[in-house]
Write a protein that binds this ligand. Structure first.
Ligand SMILES: Cc1ncc(COP(=O)(O)O)c(C=O)c1O
Length: 411
């Protein structure tokens, strides 16, 4: 009986061609993103298989592995122990039969880390950002967002019915103007990345917080590139500005400094977290975080809390070292004192050539160009890890200098 049904089982040649044409256009624009193949664990040294099939050892300067915990033995042990004790996964969402003791424990630890009442886990911070706005804001409300906020914040805002305002990147007078324009709204939420990942710059949280207080608005920060990195204890941008525990809502990730596996969360007041558990769609309709991921994150937090000097102290010292040596070598390093240390090149083609040359010298870095960053502002985004050795930093600075000279980027 099935043989009588004539169905096309694959995309038709004409449609395939139209998809391929879109891909060709991206390549022609020079913005095609190819993926390099890593055949080792994530770390400050990795093994890479080049497109030609050759395998090389590289020092890795482009991961969000800020504390070097992605393959840290304690973190791997934590993941393994949770795998043994709690299994590979829950085959369920949280509210059906997907909440284990370790999920509740991790939420408690994250709330404590951020000085908030409670926290709620998601499969990724992308989901935390996608879920929050439509839960806490309705048509009588407004959200006021920095123009360079992360894509997941932009997407999350699109899903809510609140009035949307964008203020010029880190421009406090524009932020205040938007707060004044929305004075009649029931609720207002100002949202900013704590650290902007393309430029490595840090939001002026003290000024933003003061404006939120003056205009009675809530404040939310995305701490993906700040948790585990900024402040003496690695609690984030709020700690750096002496505002720990004073930000209303914090969204962050377990996929960068805190072990690097995956997972995200919102930390905030109990009433908001309670509501998110009832209404946030990425929480309600997506699987529970896998136990090994939870175990890895718990071990990462243990390390962060018990050995701040070995991790926070080291990443801050190494960031200073890299930035000062690169500046002395004649490079323009963007951003503030953050391990994201973009090396400004300007021209997209030159930036890509420089990254390729560096790979040949065993330095794994990636060039970013338009549309990821503004046209004419191509850069190589270097990211420092607490796991880098001083020798690896020297090796990278020297390789940058000699490759840049060959390309006439440096005199
Ligand atoms: C600022 C910012 N927010 C959110 C995310 C999403 O985090 P996750 O990887 O946990 O989905 C990222 C990841 O790149 C990010 O950089």
């Amino acid at each position: 009986m099935f043989s009588k049904i004539i169905r096309r089982t694959v995309v038709s040649p004409a449609l395939k061609e139209s998809f391929a044409a879109e891909g060709t256009a991206i390549k022609a624009a020079g913005t095609w993103k190819s993926e390099r193949q890593i055949i080792s664990k994530q770390g400050s040294s990795i093994r890479v298989r080049k497109p030609c099939g050759t395998e090389i050892n590289c020092v890795n300067f482009c991961a969000n592995n800020y504390l070097g915990l992605s393959a840290h033995p304690d973190v791997v042990d934590g993941a393994r122990a949770a795998l043994e004790s709690h299994g590979a996964g829950l085959s369920s969402v949280r509210f059906i039969c997907g909440t284990q003791d370790i999920h509740l424990e991790l939420e408690k630890r994250l709330a404590k880390l951020h000085g908030t009442d409670d926290a709620i886990l998601y499969a990724a911070c992308f989901d935390a950002n996608a879920g929050i706005f439509e839960v806490i804001l309705g048509k009588d409300d407004a959200v006021i967002s920095d123009s360079l906020n992360h894509a997941s914040i932009i997407d999350g805002i699109r899903l809510c019915k609140a009035q949307r305002k964008r203020y010029v990147h880190m421009d406090m007078s524009d932020l205040e103007a938007k707060l004044i324009e929305t004075a009649n709204c029931r609720r207002r939420l100002v949202v900013t990345d704590g650290v902007f990942s393309m430029d490595g710059d840090i939001a002026p949280l003290d000024e933003i917080k003061a404006l939120c207080e003056k205009h009675d608005a809530m404040l939310m920060i995305d701490e993906c590139h700040a948790t585990g990195i900024l402040g003496d204890k690695g609690r984030g941008t709020d700690e750096l500005f002496g505002l720990h525990g004073q930000v209303d809502i914090i969204n962050s990730t377990l996929g960068k400094a805190l072990g690097g596996a995956s997972g995200g969360y919102t930390a905030g007041p109990k009433e908001i977290v309670d509501l998110l558990r009832q209404k946030a769609r990425p929480y309600l309709f997506s699987n529970t975080l896998a136990p090994p991921v939870v175990g890895a994150a718990l071990s990462a937090i243990d390390l962060l809390e018990t050995k701040p000097d070995a991790f926070i102290g080291e990443i801050q010292r190494k960031t200073k070292l890299f930035r000062s040596k690169m500046t002395a070598a004649g490079f323009d390093i963007m951003g503030k004192e953050h391990p994201i240390s973009p090396v400004f090149i300007g021209d997209a083609r030159l930036a890509a050539e420089l990254a390729d040359k560096l790979l040949d010298c065993g330095i794994f870095v990636i060039a970013f160009s338009y549309p990821v960053v503004p046209e004419g502002k191509a850069r190589i985004r270097v990211q420092i890890s607490a796991a880098h050795s001083d020798e690896q930093i020297d090796q990278t600075v020297n390789a940058f200098a000699s490759c840049a000279k060959e390309l006439n980027i440096l005199p």
